[in-house]
Write a protein that binds this ligand. Structure first.
Ligand SMILES: NC(=O)c1ccc[n+]([C@@H]2O[C@H](COP(=O)([O-])OP(=O)(O)OC[C@H]3O[C@@H](n4cnc5c(N)ncnc54)[C@H](OP(=O)(O)O)[C@@H]3O)[C@@H](O)[C@H]2O)c1
Length: 228
């Protein structure tokens, strides 16, 4: 049997890149998507080059690019076993902060982009009886003060559960990954006492390595030092 194929959006840094490395180590072939083409190409080459990893430039807010991403995965590797909709970013808290344009971009990326990744990968995941994972957040489980970002992650929480219900009976598993504070480029100032991206990648690999009858529905992981 050919090695399984793992697609990651937001693979150019942080949680996505750490997951790509651990998935490669576990024997997956990789489809790496984000907007930073150079970073993706470097990572693809680090993870074994053409035979093992393909870099696909993709802005997740663009439906055509999402279709090309999945088309490339199927053309290159012939199957799609895991799709990790992980691309996203935050914003300064406060409803008078940032700009309306920044909000639009964040909502389109964190909500619409995740929905488009689900839409683009759904048939291939059904064909493979595969696994869909979404990166939510602890901020998608409780409201943070003045945080539109938190609202986008509540939407991701809802999408995880609604996708799971829609996919019931298809063999496709759905997992919502809900990190607390992780030390990545997500923050402009480096957080203290945070998780590392590798800590979240290990949780992703735990979910995808369960036997077929086990669907880890959601995992909330905070640093031991994080109170709320
Ligand atoms: N760090 C935390 O504390 C934390 C906690 C909870 C949840 N999360 C979530 O974890 C996910 C990954 O974030 P991270 O912490 O790993 O931060 P990160 O290092 O900044 O990674 C974010 C990734 O998303 C990609 N991305 C952003 N906008 C995109 C777009 N329009 N199209 C395609 N890719 C896009 C970025 O790549 P390009 O810029 O190259 O496109 C990058 O690869 C996000 O959904 C974030 O909300 C993070």
């Amino acid at each position: 049997m050919a090695d399984p194929v793992f697609l990651i959006s937001g693979a150019s840094s942080g949680i996505g890149a750490a997951t790509a490395r651990q998935a490669a180590e576990a024997g997956y072939r990789l489809v790496l998507a984000a907007r930073s083409t150079d970073r993706l190409r470097e990572l693809a080459s680090e993870l074994g080059g053409e035979e093992r990893a393909v870099a696909v430039p993709c802005d997740v807010t663009d439906w055509d690019q999402q279709q090309v991403m999945v088309g490339t995965a199927l053309e290159r590797f012939g199957q799609l076993d895991v799709a990790f909709a992980n691309a996203g970013f935050g914003a300064t808290r406060g409803f008078l902060e940032e700009s309306p344009e920044q909000w639009r971009s964040m909502v389109l990326t964190n909500v619409y982009g995740v929905a488009l990744t689900i839409r683009a990968t759904l048939q291939a995941l059904k064909d493979a009886r595969g696994h869909l994972l979404l990166t939510g957040s602890v901020a998608g489980r409780r409201a943070l003060p003045g945080s539109l970002y938190s609202a986008t992650k509540w939407a991701v929480t809802a999408m995880g559960e609604s996708a799971r219900q829609e996919l019931h009976g298809t063999g496709v598993r759905v997992t919502l990954i809900e990190p607390g504070v992780v030390d990545t480029a997500f923050f402009s100032n480096q957080p203290t006492d945070a998780l590392g991206a590798d800590d979240i990648a290990r949780v992703v690999m735990f979910a995808v390595s369960q036997p077929e009858h086990v669907d880890v529905n959601e995992v909330l992981v905070r640093p031991t030092a994080q109170r709320g």
